[in-house]
Write a protein that binds this ligand. Sequence first.
Ligand code: AGP
Length: 618
Amino acid sequence: MCGITAYIGPRDAYPIVINGLKRLEYRGYDSAGIMLYDGEELQLSKTKGKVADLEKITATARNKRNGKIGIGHTRWATHGVPNDVNSHPHVSNSGDLVMVHNGIIENYDTIKKELTSRGYTFKSDTDTEVLVNLIEEVKLNEGCKLGKAVQLALNSVVGAYAIAVFDRTKPNELVVARLGSPIAIGIGEDFGEFFIASDASPFVEFTKDVVYLEDEELAIIKIGREVRVRKIHDDQLVDAMIQKLQISLEEIEKGGYDHFMLKEIYEQPKAITDTFRGRLMPEDNFIKLLGIDTYGERFLNADRVIIVACGTSWHAGLVGEYLLEDMARIPVEVEYASEFRYRNPVLTKNDVVIAISQSGETADTLAAIKLAKSRGAFVYGICNVVGSSIARETHTGTYTHAGPEIGVASTKAFTTQITVLTLMALKLGREKGSISEEMFGRYLKAMDKIPQQVEKLLEINDHVKSIADVYKNATNCLYLGRGFNFPVALEGALKLKEISYIHAEGYPAAEMKHGPIALIDENMPTFVIATKHGHYEKVVSNIQEIKSRSGKIIAIVTEGDTTVKEIADHTIEIPETEEALTPLLTTIPLQLLSYHIAVMLDKNVDQPRNLAKSVTVE
Ligand code: AGP
């Protein structure tokens, strides 16, 4: 978590760093800070709050905005409360070194005690201030340059980091390094300027050439020189591969919407189409998925598939379990990556692990992948961010191609992850012969219609908004669904919780009578997915049970439904599709509902409190 950005080159660094921080704010927004160097003085500004608050304190002081070198930070607090002092950048005791950091130094306390015994003093409670002083201590002790000092210091820390360090005594260079947290280096023409950031979004309008540091790598960045990358542990020189950026400025702006979340909800027809592109071929009755084309045997011969993920991606994984078991008849287990990685799971080389992650940087999912690989399992990634750590760490995989997702609440990532899982399940089912040719063809045609159906579904926005208005003051909500839509109920509850701070629980509908029904009264609305498939009648019975206890029902039903309409307080219709594909539709009204409730409650929809988009710490 935390966003870091830096610039070195001929331009004014201030606007580049500040705009970069705004684009990285999804990574954390507890505090923000910037350091600029104008050739004479270090200008440091930092504050609790958002980048907009930082702008306010720099707006009035011209000398706080000068310099061709700048480093900035937007923080998701780990060590020390969010206040001005704990904000980054942090400066070493001599005043020469300045550093921003994303990650956690686990042995910071031991190092701090050691440095304190040598006379160092600390202003903040952060692990970052300890690390910048450790680098200083190494530099003075060894009499070495900044790059070497950073390397030696990092070899004695335990934890995760992405850092950018500036040395006032060598003002033509920056040193960056990573272990577990991402760093992208944007390269200006003829190496005349460099942009550093946690992802490439801060410099997308300046350059398309980017080097992504791998774990355990350190780069020395000097104007006019190629980027020199070395391995931190053994100093070995690494070939820095320059890649071409695939995102555009337009994709990371709000494009007329009030919030990124709403934009991303509305982007779903396009996002799903982009996920299909070159893969779904209904006219040829064919699905092309490179990862499965090449490694299909691994799946077909697997004892089982284990899906690892966190949060919304975990919910997509649960839908994947229903899909893969139903269509491909492969046993599936779905695991929270954070539990899996520490549980000493039984894994063999006959297991296939699917790791799902929008950001491709989630620390727990990454660690689960490494564990699975170390036990010989084959690991398949489903990621959105191209070139992300998880995409690189997995043996193969499929990108969702949803485009940048900036709202902290995941929306289009969820539907495109389910899209990929559906394509995988169908393809494997066909290869295995567990799905008939006729069914396969029907599914392909139904899949092909999904983007248009989502487009049509989005027209109910005003209706959903009016329902949101009725229930916006609820303090507890229940979400129920069965089968393929049980994970959608979980996801609906998560969406409401994270952006409106209303307590919500998702349950399989039939579980209601084993406990949650005790909560039902006229003040607790229940959102039920009651589409006309599978266990429809049973869900209708659950609705009756709630109604007879004075509960309020908001039901998501299939177009033309009359039974539930008569019982429920409100209904939202979704177009008819195959049962296995309904999660792609039923989730849309629940996303809109959470969005509108959060807006009506005046919450920060895109940056909900205490959260960050990319969870790169444990
Ligand atoms: C979803 O709305 C959340 N922001 C969160 O649960 C998220 O899905 C989770 O942190 C996993 O992120 P990832 O997909 O980037 O790995």
